[in-house]
Every structure is written in C-alpha cells, then in structure tokens.
Design a protein around this ligand. Structure first.
Ligand code: 13P
Ligand code: SF4
Length: 303
C-alpha cells in the first residue's frame, strides 16, 4: 500500500479538481478497487450507478464495453477509460451483422445481448442482460424462442433453467472457459468441505459442480452471507483478493484465472487519464440511442 499511496493521493486530488467519479468493476486490483473506487460492483450495479452519477467525468475502471455503456447512459458526461485496449473476448466475438444473421436464422425471435458487447451490437438487439439478470430478461421476452448473444455458456446455463427455447451465438470468455469440472472435482476430493462458487460464464459442467452460481456481485453477496470456512471462487483472480480482508474467517482457495484485459487498468494509467483527459470514449449518437434503449429496457425489467 505504501508503494501505491502517492498515486492514490494524486488521483484523489484530481478527482476533486475535475469533479470526477471512479466506477470500478469487481475484477479491478485491490489498489484500484479499495484505493480509488467510488462505486464498485458488477456490470449491472455499475450500469445502474452510471444512470445516477452527478459528476462531470466518469473514469471507468473496467473494460471498454463498460465505459461505452456509461457513455451511452450519460451522453453529456465525459467518460474516460484508462486503457483503450482493455477489450473483452465476448465483446469482440460478434458484430451487428452477427446479430442480423441470428435474426435471419430465427425469424421473429427476440435478441437478448449480454452487456459484454459493443454499442453497435446493443443497438441491434432488443434488450441487454447481465449475468445477474439473464434468466429474468429471457423469461420476460415474448414468444417461445429467445436468441442470446454472444456468450454460449451464459446462454446454455440460462437454457437449463427456463422452459423457453434458447439459441445462442458461439462466443466465450477466455477466462472462465479455462475452468473444467474435472479440476473442480479434484479440488473437492482434496477438501470435501470446500464450497465452490462459479460465474455463469463457466461451462454448464462447471456450473453443475458449483454450490452457487452468480454474477460477481452475487458471488460477493453469497460468500459474505454464507461465510463458508473454505471457498473457491471460480472466476477472475482479483475477486478473492478484494473481499478477503473483510472476510477473515473465510479461507479462499486461490486457483484462479486472470483477465488480461481487466489487468490493463492500473493506477498509473488512471492518473494519466485524469491528468490529460486521454482515453475519452465516444459513441455515435444514433448508435448510442439504440444501445441506450436496449440497456434501459434491461434496467427496467430487472428493477
Ligand atoms: P459481472 O456482470 O458478473 O460483473 O461480470 C462481468 C464480466 O466481465 C465477467 O467476466
Ligand atoms: Fe471479458 Fe472474460 Fe475479461 Fe469478463 S473476464 S472482461 S467476460 S474476457
């Protein structure tokens, strides 16, 4: 922490000077999450927070689609992303033409797109979802068939819980797809008391091994409530680091996979962005209007 202090102090000063707020995703490193995050949370919590902030500048400590979502919901505000290359394997797996192709394949079926998509893809969709509300959004759609893009595993996990016919795009998260059910069984065999908590971007086989599955915010709530003696979070590495101090009675088994995109966001880059205004996110107004409709519809349904 002593090493990070000069950055944190200067970032806090610039936040006051620029009237800026830092929205930080649960996968940020502890020095960002605890050191400079004004609002922390999962994708849904950050999207809702983005509709409510009063600051002039939003610094998005997360990946590019999250910053775009904040801009779409706040066209008049300046939104900065500390590293423009902080992408996402799901967001880059589909374009608006991919959505059109799915509509041609399944005429009349509504398209539910994960927030892990570009603004163009959101604008081409009927509604968005996050891992916190995917089942609820799918069930709110009219008709028997629902198209989900771009995460095949989130879609398969939702399909297992609904009577609707869910069809999907073949995208995946490069972090969560690395976990296997076999690995989890091996950890449990070593330690039968281990509670396994998975993110729904994992395969259905992994989810079947888990004691609980939820969004990053849902995972934090579950562990904080249940206080298992030993827990393994089957998700990005920083999750356990960010909550371990507040839960000293929980022993976190630490095998984890790192998101290389989330880890592009550093204190140094946040400082640079606040200092220079670099990394401003812009979205074409017509695209933004379409994307806003899809995100606002999601927020409305999940209230
Ligand atoms: P959450 O919506 O659960 O925060 O997930 C975002 C994400 O990118 C997970 O990989
Ligand atoms: Fe995208 Fe996966 Fe990284 Fe989340 S963890 S930002 S879904 S690549």
């Amino acid at each position: 922490w002593a090493f990070h202090a000069p950055y944190v102090i200067e970032i806090e000063r610039l936040k006051r000077e620029r009237n800026a707020v830092v929205l930080a995703h649960n996968y940020m490193t502890p020095e960002i999450y605890h050191g400079i995050g004004d609002i922390v949370g999962d994708s849904l919590q950050l999207a809702i927070a983005a509709t409510e902030v009063e600051a002039d500048v939003i610094v998005q400590c997360g990946v590019h689609f999250m910053a775009e979502t904040s801009k779409v919901l706040n066209p008049a505000k300046t939104v900065l992303i500390p590293d423009y290359d902080a992408g996402c394997s799901l967001a880059s797996s589909i374009t608006a033409e991919g959505v059109a192709e799915m509509r041609r394949r399944y005429p009349g079926a509504p398209v539910v797109s994960y927030v892990n998509t570009t603004a163009e893809v959101k604008a081409a969709s009927d509604v968005c979802c996050t891992s916190a509300n995917a089942l609820q959004i799918v069930e709110a759609m009219e008709g028997d068939t629902v198209i989900m893009t771009p995460d095949q595993y989130l879609a398969r996990n939702v399909a297992a819980q609904t009577r609707k016919r869910v069809v999907w795009w073949e995208g995946s998260c490069i972090v969560h797809e690395l976990y296997t059910a076999e690995d989890l069984r091996a950890y449990r065999a070593q330690d039968p008391g281990l509670r396994i908590i998975a993110h729904p971007e994992c395969t259905p086989e992994v989810v079947a091994e888990a004691d609980f599955t939820g969004s990053t915010g849902g995972i934090i709530d579950w562990v904080s409530r249940e206080r298992p003696a030993k827990a393994m979070l089957v998700t990005e590495c920083s999750m356990a680091s960010n909550i371990a101090d507040a839960l000293p009675d929980v022993d976190f088994a630490r095998p984890c996979n790192m998101c290389p995109y989330m880890k592009m966001i550093t204190l140094e880059k946040v400082l640079y962005a606040l200092h220079t205004g670099a990394g401003e996110v812009t979205v074409d107004p017509a695209v933004a209007a379409g994307a806003r409709r899809a995100v606002e519809r999601m927020i409305e349904i999940s209230r």
